[in-house]
Ligand binder design. Structure first.
Ligand code: NAD
Length: 501
């Protein structure tokens, strides 16, 4: 990757330098700049929104038949697949994830476009049951300009998850990627144009969220915000959206419980728990960061878990054998370190990790070791606040009621994991745990065909699934008068029956 490949912002189908601050995108494994860019500014926001609104009304995209839009989206999926390795390498440089993970994210972005192409061409509106002289229908229309605001942890996947259904629905989209990971959104916009999405239907505005994201949310021509990021930011956006009576969808933070019951398959559970917290270096909204283990199994399970955590390969993201890359930035590593210090001050003890790794290859970037903390209660701040790093808190539990109470004792409710051989227990606990997603004898598995989202402080609305496309559409009811006689108004001097039928 060299700077000449980077096109800083995309406004109305034109790639150019932004009019905002100059900044560098750093490779988290080395701290070295991989690209120098100029961010967008508020004038760029206005220009992008006007261009998007114009393209929405005049480019013909919204008026295309769904199967015609689908053809273009299938092409987007194909181009992503054709360029998969190059995109995976760019994403590795942009956010430091191991190459095996970025390859999977690129594949999932292609699958997302393919899925929403299919959803788009097969989506049905409906006739509702007639209850009088009118034929009644429920149809869906595109909304206009959508702002898609995304975080830095899984760029191409979270951007595709918004862009594909929003375009499939006929909207124009402005992506506001995280300021430190702008590259994949810029690539996606270029791919969309190459595939045949009209210029102006996709714009990309890298830069500060508190300035550009805020301006997008407030802009009168922006009709919906789809946000993925921190809960605090999400609440701020939701407050502004309330003033515009604008629908929002929110994919927010998490502090997900993983529960290992006494009859679990230990080998599967050890692997699943490790993967659930330490893949993506724990920088994952669904990271299983609170571990509850049945007391009779606790000592043996923690021994095996700690030993396996010490064996995880932390290092060069370019090496396919690497399991954990660096954290996203120096500042974020400092936050994780503050949380580990907090855990100690709360009475916790470090079972393994709790420090930076040493040695060549990990001394320049923002690496941190897989960390397991014990001897804390679920009410500790370490257990209640999202750390968003490779830090697991392990706790024993005594009975099912106490387990469910503690698992649900969190402002977050995004995901949960249950490890047991007893399917009846899994069903019972799975139905009682409050979470948008429950994994039973597996963890962190995803399917674009299955809805995803959080309860409470973890979010609002659902992405994915066939009906994910409806997030980006307004519902409309149409009544076709089939009356043989005029409405009894002029002739009889009394109003027609407006009541419910
Ligand atoms: P963040 O909230 O700081 O930023 C997310 C995005 O919002 C960025 O593009 C940022 O520039 C923008 N932004 C910041 N302030 C804004 C404002 N005032 N108005 C509009 N936009 C603004 O989050 P982050 O640190 O980038 O990401 C980490 C968080 O994201 C974690 O809490 C994580 O759990 C969450 N996350 C959730 C999911 C999910 O699907 N539930 C997925 C990934 C990450």
């Amino acid at each position: 990757m060299t700077d000449k490949n980077i096109l800083d912002i995309c406004v109305g189908g034109i790639w150019r330098a932004g009019r905002g601050e100059a900044y560098a995108s750093l490779y988290p494994a080395t701290g070295q700049a991989i690209a120098h860019l100029r961010a967008a500014n508020l004038d760029d926001v206005d220009e992008a929104v006007s261009a998007a609104d114009h393209a929405f009304r005049h480019s013909g995209w919204a008026q295309k038949h769904p199967h015609e839009r689908a053809q273009v989206l299938y092409r987007v999926a194909q181009i992503i697949r054709d360029r998969a390795e190059e995109l995976a390498q760019t994403q590795r440089l942009d956010n430091g994830k191991p190459i095996t993970e970025t390859r999977a994210l690129v594949a999932s972005a292609a699958a997302t476009f393919q899925f929403y192409a299919a959803a788009c061409e097969t989506l049905e509106d409906c006739l509702t049951p007639m209850r009088g002289d009118c034929l009644t229908m429920s149809v869906h229309e595109p909304m206009g300009v959508i702002a898609a605001i995304t975080p830095w942890n899984s760029p191409i996947a979270s951007e595709a998850q918004k862009l594909a259904p929003a375009l499939a629905a006929g909207n124009a989209v402005i992506i506001k990627p995280a300021e430190i990971t702008p590259l994949m959104a810029l690539e996606l916009a270029a791919i969309c144009v190459q595939a045949g999405v009209p210029a102006g239907m996709v714009s990309v505005l890298p830069g500060k969220g508190s300035v550009l994201g805020d301006a997008l949310v407030r802009h009168p021509l922006v009709r919906r915000v789809s946000f993925t990021g921190g809960t605090g930011t999400g609440k701020q956006i939701a407050r502004l959206a309330a003033d515009k009576m604008m629908p929002v969808s929110m994919e927010l933070g998490g502090k997900s419980p993983t529960m290992v019951l006494a009859d679990a398959d230990i080998e599967h559970a050890v692997n699943g728990v490790l993967y659930g917290i330490f893949s993506s270096s724990g920088e994952s909204c669904i990271a299983g960061s609170r571990l509850f283990v049945a007391r009779p199994l606790y000592a043996e399970f923690l021994d095996r878990l700690a030993t396996a955590a010490q064996r995880l390969r932390v290092g060069d993201p370019a090496d396919p054998a690497t399991q954990m890359g660096p954290l996203i930035s120096e500042a974020h590593r400092a936050t994780v370190e503050r949380y580990v210090a907090l855990a100690l001050s709360e009475g916790g003890t470090i079972r393994t990790g709790g420090k930076r790794p040493e040695g060549s290859g990990v001394d320049q970037g923002y690496f941190y070791t897989p960390t397991i903390i014990e001897n804390l209660g679920n009410s500790s701040r370490t257990c209640q606040e999202e750390i968003f790093g490779p830090v697991l808190v392990a706790m024993p539990f005594d009975d099912e009621d106490a387990l469910i109470e503690q698992a649900n004792d969190s402002v977050y409710a995004l995901a949960a994991g249950i490890w047991t051989r007893d399917y009846k227990k899994a069903w019972r606990i799975g139905r009682q745990v409050q979470a948008g997603t429950v994994w039973i004898n597996t963890y962190k598995q995803f399917s674009i065909s299955t809805p995803f989202g959080g309860w409470r402080d973890s979010g609002l609305g659902r992405e994915k699934g066939r009906l994910g496309i409806h997030q980006y559409m307004e519902q409309k009811s149409i009544y076709w008068g089939m009356n043989a006689q005029p409405l009894p108004w002029a002739d009889h001097g009394s109003g027609p029956d407006e009541g419910q039928r």
